[in-house]
Structure formats: C-alpha cells, structure tokens
Design a protein around this ligand. Structure first.
Ligand code: NAD
Length: 252
C-alpha cells in the first residue's frame, strides 16, 4: 500500500462533541486532511459554527437519545455519504460541583457520567459499525483519559467510565477481526486546555497538572494530530490500543 500521507479525501468522519474543545480541533484537522465532517454536538450553535467553518454537516442532538442518533446519522449519510471514521469524543467530567470522594457520591453522579461517556459512545458505535462491516472499512477513535488508566481521586465516576472506554475499545477491536480493514483505538489525554475544565475545581486541576512531567497542559491541536493518524488508512496495524498523550504522565 502506497503511503497516502494521512490524507482523508473522500472519507466521511463524524466527531461527537465536535462543537468545542478537543472535538473542534479534531474536526478542523480532519477537514484540512480532506474529510467531509459531521459535527455532532448538543450545542446547536457550536455544531453549526464549526460545520460552517469547515464545510461540514451539523449534527445537532444528544448522543444519549436513540431518536436523536437515528436522525443525525441519517442526516450526515444523506448529505455526505456513509461514515468511514467515527471519533467518539463527547464526554463529561462530572456533574457540576460533584468532584467528591466515592463514599460521598450518589447514584445520579454515576448515571450521569456513564450515560454520556459509556452508553452514548456505544450507541454511536452501533450507529456506524454495520455500515463499516458491510463496506469492510472503518476507523473508530475513542477519547478515553489518563484517569481511566490511573484513577484520579475525587473523579470516581469519570475514571471508571474512561477505564470502561479503554476496555470496550479492546473488546470491539477483537470482535471486528475478519470483518475487513476496521481498526478501533482509544487515546488517554492528561489535562488539555478546554472548557471541560470548568466542571472541575481549581484544586482538582492543580492536582492533575502536578503529575505531568512536561509541566504544562496539552493543547487540543496536539490531541487532534494523534487522532488524525488513528483515523487514517495508514493506521492499519494498530487496533485495540490505548495511545498515551499525557506529557509523560503515563509511559505505559
Ligand atoms: N480536556 C481534558 O483535560 C481532557 C483530558 C482527558 C480526556 N478528555 C476527554 O476528551 C473529550 C473532549 O473533552 P473536551 O475537554 O474537549 O470537552 P468539552 O467540554 O470542551 O467539550 C465536550 C463537547 O461534548 C458535547 N457533549 C457533551 N455531552 C453531549 C451529549 N450528550 N450529546 C452531544 N454532545 C455532547 C458538549 O456540548 C461539548 O461541545 C471528553 O471525552 C473528555 O473526557 C479531556
């Protein structure tokens, strides 16, 4: 196979949570590489703003609602064609102000985070995988977190949900063996400078920053560069893996 320099011409990529932060950077990066992008976000304003900027398709909805998923995936397929790349990026850190130890957590803290970070992600996979299997091609990139490898204190639901993302990435990659050139990977960022940090206390952010050997937050564009490789046809012998992007915090 000739190297295609990670070009994505002719590919359709859906990015969940594409309206801001890491998701927006991924949308812009994959669009610059030639892909047509479905910008999926529950913020209609942000989904449209990003889609307008890159000639993409806005997909406005809540990924925990199956009716919304049917509608928005139908819209992107109609406008751009079948989905080749799915970047499962949408996620939440906690209910506002609920970064508490596990013994102080309540059922709603767990249900809120797992519903979006795990169940919603699985539902998005289910929306595109039958088509990828039919066409025997696909790339899925799941945005996990360093918290899913290490378990951050006072972030129990988040850490456990991201560990689930890492594990289901491995299960899915094995289930897809023999079904074509379909690779599924996850990545584990440390602190990246985005609005998600508004959901956490400064004390919590300082704790996470203190663990990063490179001594700074990561940038959304740095994450987008890694997602770009994992979304390309040149990522063909890496599947089921969780790639670290943590400024040296996790070297495993
Ligand atoms: N920023 C970090 O430090 C960091 C570190 C590790 C992992 N991550 C992960 O990276 C991903 C993106 O994080 P970010 O910092 O860009 O977050 P962000 O809060 O800036 O953006 C998340 C986007 O997802 C959208 N979204 C949330 N719930 C949704 C739903 N139910 N349906 C549709 N859209 C929904 C939001 O509207 C928002 O646009 C998340 O999965 C997060 O857990 C972030």
């Amino acid at each position: 196979m000739a190297a295609d320099m990670f070009r994505l011409d002719g590919r359709v990529a859906v990015v969940t949570g594409g309206g801001q932060g890491i998701g927006e950077a991924v949308c812009r990066r994959l669009a610059a590489a030639g892909a047509r992008i479905g910008v999926f976000d529950m913020s209609a304003e942000n989904a449209r703003r990003v889609a307008d900027a890159i000639g993409g398709v806005p997909m406005v909805g809540d990924l925990t609602k199956e009716a919304d998923l049917d509608r928005v995936f139908g819209e992107v397929v109609k406008a751009a064609g079948p989905v080749d790349v799915l970047v499962n990026n949408a996620g939440v850190a906690s209910r506002k102000g609920r970064d508490v130890p596990i013994w102080e957590s309540v059922r709603e803290d767990w249900e809120y985070v797992f519903n979006i970070n795990v169940t919603g992600l699985v539902l998005c996979c289910k929306a595109v995988l039958p088509g990828m299997i039919d066409r025997r091609y696909g790339r899925v990139v799941n945005i996990a977190s360093i918290a899913g490898k290490e378990g951050n204190p006072k972030m129990g639901p988040y850490s456990a949900s991201k560990a689930a993302v890492i594990a289901l990435t491995k299960s899915l990659s094995k289930e897809l063996v023999g079904k074509g050139d379909i690779c599924v990977n996850s990545i584990s960022p440390a602190v990246i400078q985005t609005p998600i940090l508004d959901q956490l206390s400064q004390e919590q952010i300082n704790m996470m920053l203190s663990k990063i050997p490179l001594g700074r937050t990561g940038k959304p564009d740095e994450v987008a560069a890694l997602v770009h490789f994992l979304s390309s046809s040149e990522c063909s012998f890496t599947t089921g893996f969780c790639v670290d992007i943590s400024g040296g915090r996790a070297t495993y």
